[in-house]
Design a protein around this ligand. Sequence first.
Ligand SMILES: Nc1ncnc2c1ncn2[C@@H]1O[C@H](COP(=O)(O)OP(=O)(O)OP(=O)(O)O)[C@@H](O)[C@H]1O
Length: 337
Amino acid sequence: MASISFRNVTKRFGDVTAVDDVSFDIRDNAFFCLFGPPLSGKSTILKLILGLEKPDAGEILIDGRPVTGIGPAQRNVAMVFQNLALFPHMSALDNIRFPLVERRVAPDKIAARVAEVCEKLHIGHILHKPPAQLSGGERQRVAIARALVRDPVAYLMDDPISALDARLREQTRVELRRIQQEMGKTLVYVTHDQEEAMSVADGMAVFQAGRICQTGTPEDIYRHPNSTYVAGMLGAPAMNVVPMALAASLQVQGPQGADSLGVRPENLRVAPGEGARITEVEPLGGFTTISVDLAGQSLRATLRGQPRFTTGQPVALSVDAGRAHFFDTSGAALAAH
Ligand SMILES: Nc1ncnc2c1ncn2[C@@H]1O[C@H](COP(=O)(O)OP(=O)(O)OP(=O)(O)O)[C@@H](O)[C@H]1O
């Protein structure tokens, strides 16, 4: 069990500032996502937690204690390496036992610990198989089991399911969420997939170029993004952001200083009328995505079911009450009107 905190941590590699004055708190037992585009510093944060890299400035605390000067082995934080890190010539069982055998733990203690972890991960039936005979998801669970047998205070995963296809990714993230809840351990999870971050995390930090833009629960960040950057990172299709000059056409009034208006596609109302024109209708089963031209700006709306709109049809647009976002010229969010 462990909380993890960063206090003004900076890490440079030559001219590159990979992590730039970053502060955050991960509470004990959280499923915490580090979310951002490639090269934004997420993996470096994991290495700093593990003790594989040292900060140039700032402090890292695990369970409230500074870990400066404490090596990776003493931190007792486990990295869950992916498939390739499993020993191919060993059975799943021997792979999982390995960290304890290496530490010369007594055989009866090893057996008890392995049994406990394997039961929680539901992998008792595949322990005799070598990694090559396991599915991607099973290999992943074996890798998690191997990280967890030595009872780390927290475990870390670096974009663990990005290589899986869409359907398997969906199943696997549900599974990871279940495992994390059952194991009751802090999990720090790197991803650049917004859907993944939204669906699994109970806390997240959104990164841009080594800096944290916003931290909070996924729902909070989705509902109250503090900038156009964060607004654009979460949600698909992305939030529509248009100049304030178009606000009147959307039947919205903005606060003082507003430069642009943001509307999530699910909060954009489309009705027969005047002012805008439909350019594309994309039925996707349970919902339909509609692209609309408003004075040369393309906006997207997601509507439930399969509403009867056709390409070229003139429509009137409006925004659900209280669901408009406003941003200033720098892209920072303003309080709603
Ligand atoms: N050991 C290193 N030596 C030099 N530069 C590094 C090193 N590790 C990371 N960097 C640089 O630090 C920056 C942040 O890299 P990092 O791997 O932390 O980003 P990331 O968000 O995890 O990216 P990705 O999603 O692609 O893995 C990048 O510009 C990278 O090139």
